[in-house]
Design a protein around this ligand. Structure first.
Ligand code: SAH
Length: 242
């Protein structure tokens, strides 16, 4: 039996790959966070839904596994890519002892790529991705990873930059990066990528430090060569020797 773990990209069906859309067609049961299911509502006609709130990932994925065991063709949906802070890893763990289930992971456009495209081309060279959520990762580990990226002059993408309970995480991270990088480092924030109300803003690292963001935002911090060209954020690859 088959269980699909599908990354649907950042927004609605327009942001999905054809492979993801075709796999979804084959399914009669779909599990996912309500917001993501609503984004692709047009593709879910007649399909059973397994939906729970944001904090119920394990329950939802267990229910998806059990639905697959009962003979349904199930899709577990993540926004962006299902392997990047998504459900793919958890599904492998939950299905470890159910060898009859074959898991197919279908990649999607992660926020680093879709948000990067909105800003311009901030990730042309080496970059790192760090989530600022300390729900599942200790804060000290997050700090260590951010410092490693900043000391290596990697461009940096921050997922989960803030929540209602974590209002000062971005400020703390910027203060660490300021130990290695100039306050004028080019940064960008993108909100609601691929969704209604999509918006972006470019700013310096020192301004980013004092900016409030929310969970629907992805943050980009350039490397030492990142610049603004025609109002967009660009990290040069180096072709022009500048
Ligand atoms: N699997 C997702 C990431 C989930 S973690 C992916 O690959 O994109 C959730 C974080 O991802 C959010 O807090 C935000 O930082 C980022 N994110 C995901 N979708 C987004 C969108 N449409 N617009 C802006 N940020 C987004």
């Amino acid at each position: 039996m088959k269980l699909y773990v599908i990354g649907i990209g950042p927004g609605g069906e327009n942001e999905m790959t054809l492979r993801a859309a075709r796999a979804l067609e084959k399914c009669n049961c779909v599990a996912g966070y309500n917001l993501y299911l609503d984004l692709i509502e047009n593709l879910l006609d007649g399909k059973e839904r397994i939906q729970t709130g944001m904090m119920k990932e394990v329950d939802r994925c267990t229910a998806a596994r059990d639905a697959a065991l009962s003979g349904k063709t199930v899709a577990v949906i993540s926004s962006g890519d299902s392997g990047v802070y998504g459900m793919a890893g958890l599904m492998f763990e939950l299905c470890e002892n159910y060898t009859e289930i074959e898991i197919e992971v279908i990649p999607g456009i992660t926020a680093a790529c879709s948000g990067g495209a909105v800003l311009g081309s901030p990730l042309t060279c080496d970059f790192a991705v760090v989530s600022l959520s300390d729900l599942l990762t200790p804060w000290e580990v997050i700090e260590k990873r951010v410092r490693s990226a900043a000391s290596g002059d990697l461009a940096l993408v921050l997922y989960n930059p803030a929540s209602k309970k974590r209002i000062d995480h971005l400020m703390r991270v910027c203060d660490m990066i300021l130990e290695y990088q100039s306050p004028d480092t080019v940064c960008g924030i993108v909100r609601n990528i691929g969704r209604e109300g999509e918006s972006f803003e470019l700013m310096t690292l020192s301004k980013l430090r004092d900016t409030q963001v929310d969970m629907l935002t992805t943050v980009f911090i350039g490397n030492s060569r990142t610049k603004i060209i025609s109002g967009r954020m660009v990290t040069p690859r180096g072709y022009r020797g500048v």
